[in-house]
Design a protein around this ligand. Structure first.
Ligand SMILES: [Zn+2]
Length: 46
């Protein structure tokens, strides 16, 4: 799951793959910026 943020209206879009347009303002996909999904901090083990 990835979260995309519209740089036009700030709408957050949660999708499994790349979204087409902002569902809120209809901005093109170039306006959508990928955000890191909220994850609990995880300790890395080696
Ligand atoms: Zn938008």
């Amino acid at each position: 799951m990835a979260v995309w943020k519209c740089s036009e209206c700030g709408n957050l879009v949660e999708v499994r793959c790349k979204p087409g347009k902002c569902s809120s303002c209809g901005a093109e996909k170039g306006k959508l910026i990928k955000e890191e999904a909220e994850k609990p901090p995880k300790a890395k083990k080696k």
